[in-house]
Design a protein around this ligand. Sequence first.
Ligand code: SAM
Ligand code: SF4
Length: 397
Amino acid sequence: DRVRKIWNFGGENSLSKRPESEAKAIPDLSFDELKMLLQKHTPETDAALFRYSNSIANQLFGNKCYVRALVEFSNVCRKNCKYCGIRKDMKGVRRYTIPDHELMALAKFAYENKFTSLVLQSGELGTETRISWLCDMIKKIVKETNDGLRIVISIGELPHKDYKALFDAGARRTLTRIETSNPKLYAKLHPKDHSWQERVDVLKDQSAIGYMMGTGVMAGVPHQVPGDLANDILFLRDMKASMIGMGPWIPSPGTPLGDPFLAQMTRITQRLEGRPWDRSDLKKWYNEDLLKQTLRMYACARIVCYDVNMAATTALEVISPTGRQQALRAGCNIMMPNITPRKYRDGYEIYTKKAEVDGGGADTLIPVGTIARVDKVAAEGGRVVDWGVVKDPLHHL
Ligand code: SAM
Ligand code: SF4
């Protein structure tokens, strides 16, 4: 059967005997087949699954990968997602919005260094002032970079008129994770006034306007069951996402989902080791299983959604120093290095240790060392960065 075929792909020392073309996309994988592939079996089944998805990626992109510069331009947010460290009610967060001239300098940095996409990410804030400011900034960026940067916006849910205005200003791609395809689970992860259906409608609206729509989910959130992840893959396929960004849930202190989890960790540590919990104990959560679970999600998304763009996300690096490299070997073709200046990083701790991991040594406005770091991670992931390619592969489904 099809699952066996995937698990038998390659095999110890036989990789060279299997032509890459033998790995085929399987858009109609069933819920049961996906559930089987997403579960933990043996290290060998995982290795074969990742070889299979990597072979599909190789057929599509050769050994190339593509980069998008990420700027977290504001942490002001009107929402209260229960997992997020910059949710509206979070105490002690210094709120910021990067001023015009700094944002423009970052866009120029991205352009001059041959990044071809710029991801503008922020908390959700749909005020008129914010939207018209963002439209103006996008117009200026497009003009001053000779239309050399594809602008991706990751700014949450907005009404049609705002997404249309941003499109007219020059934004071309979006990234708005659905977080989970299960509306009941969504309700547990968000306050009552956040609606799963509205988020789905926003994704459809973005596609209808003409955006290359990007979405994704979190793996390992509390209350999630294995079937949820299988349905997530089917959701991403059915929504015809052009870009997929997935990552593990990282417990964030001070959040309604993070605190009970961390309290439980404290109790366990106290009982087993007779000492209080400290940050380093998070390692017990960032374990191999969670990493492999996320990698299986990438692999299945590549097999089912085929020519989608898929990012090896920062949250993976929090779990494992080689997380992104492994993702690039399991079907991912995009990296999104964070070029947000150091002085703002602490304000964007959506989860613990984020600033430590993607700090990138950017003490000045211009993030020194980013380019070399990206090349290194790509090489370790078996890929070469295609700097300066204006269009990364389009999604054809
Ligand atoms: N505000 C926009 C939105 O929600 O779509 C974009 C910014 S938001 C910080 C980007 C993503 O961060 C969310 O879609 C969510 O998946 C992720 N995120 C937030 N808190 C997280 C956590 N504790 N662990 C892992 N990912 C998290
Ligand atoms: Fe705001 Fe996005 Fe965080 Fe939700 S995930 S609280 S919308 S920044």
